[in-house]
Design a protein around this ligand. Structure first.
Ligand SMILES: [Mn+2]
Length: 258
């Protein structure tokens, strides 16, 4: 696609890829997924698609432990990837988000203070890490992976590339962090197909929107690897695999039942 930018990861047509969606502070699941990956095989990639942080059940919030480990792994392993989610984005942009009337930015600061004794310099360092997170991962065999999206406002490759020249407030970037397939005003099946044509990909994988296991929406799979679902679902794919129809992607999904 000729985007020279650290916000888009492009993987070749060899090796292996594991895709894991929203963890929301679930350290147990984070470690379980890491166990499936061989960090020493540089052609074997793992990508977490954002929302590593902000537990739903704050009694068991492993956000800090996950981040501390992810920061280390990002520096050490070129085959370890974490994409930006709307919950990390909220800290970068100081945008308040609430769940069940709880201010999640404040809860995160309290968690840092509880685990580390002080908020700073830890909060600053975590936000620095969030800013290194790529937005997208694209594979040579045709997958496009993001936290959420697509945006119905992308009608050309030029419009899409604007994201990479703008800051975190760009509305199209926000669509790729917040959009839900359940809201027809966010995007439609047609928007998915048009977007994939524009970025020359065949199929899309996102998390963000809670579903039981996974859901097929046109050429998109919405997947839940940890949060909300009973059947934890992830993708484990040989990067040389030829993908012709959405079923070829579906067949690469794997399931964990607690
Ligand atoms: Mn999300």
């Amino acid at each position: 696609m000729n985007i020279i930018n650290n916000k888009l990861i492009e993987l070749p047509d060899y090796g292996r890829l594991i895709v894991v969606t929203d963890l929301h502070g679930n350290l147990e699941d984070y470690n379980a997924y890491l166990d499936l990956w061989d960090k020493n095989d540089l052609d074997f990639h793992i990508v977490f698609t954002g929302d590593l942080i902000h537990a739903v059940d704050e009694k068991k919030d492993g956000s800090i432990e996950i981040l501390d480990d992810a920061i280390k792994k990002s520096k050490k392993y070129s085959n370890f990837h974490t994409l930006l989610g709307n919950h990390e984005w909220a800290h970068i942009t100081s945008t308040n988000i609430y769940k069940q009337n709880k201010d999640l930015l404040l809860e995160f600061e309290n968690l840092i203070s509880f685990k580390k004794g002080f908020i700073e310099p830890h909060l600053t360092n975590y936000i620095k890490f969030f800013k290194t997170m790529p937005y997208f991962l694209k594979t040579a065999n045709g997958l496009f992976i993001s936290h959420s999206g697509p945006s119905s406002n992308v009608n050309s490759i030029e419009a899409f590339k604007k994201i990479f020249e703008s800051d975190y407030s760009h509305p199209i970037l926000q669509d790729f962090l917040w959009n839900r397939y359940t809201k027809v005003t966010d995007y439609t099946r047609n928007d998915v197909e048009n977007f994939l044509d524009i970025v020359e990909s065949k199929f899309m994988i996102v998390g963000h929107c809670p579903v039981e296991s996974y859901k097929v929406f046109s050429k998109q799979i919405i997947m839940s690897s940890s949060f909300y679902t009973k059947v934890k679902t992830y993708l484990d794919m040989d990067l040389s695999l030829e993908l012709n129809e959405i079923k070829d992607v579906q067949k690469q999904l794997k399931f964990i039942i607690d």
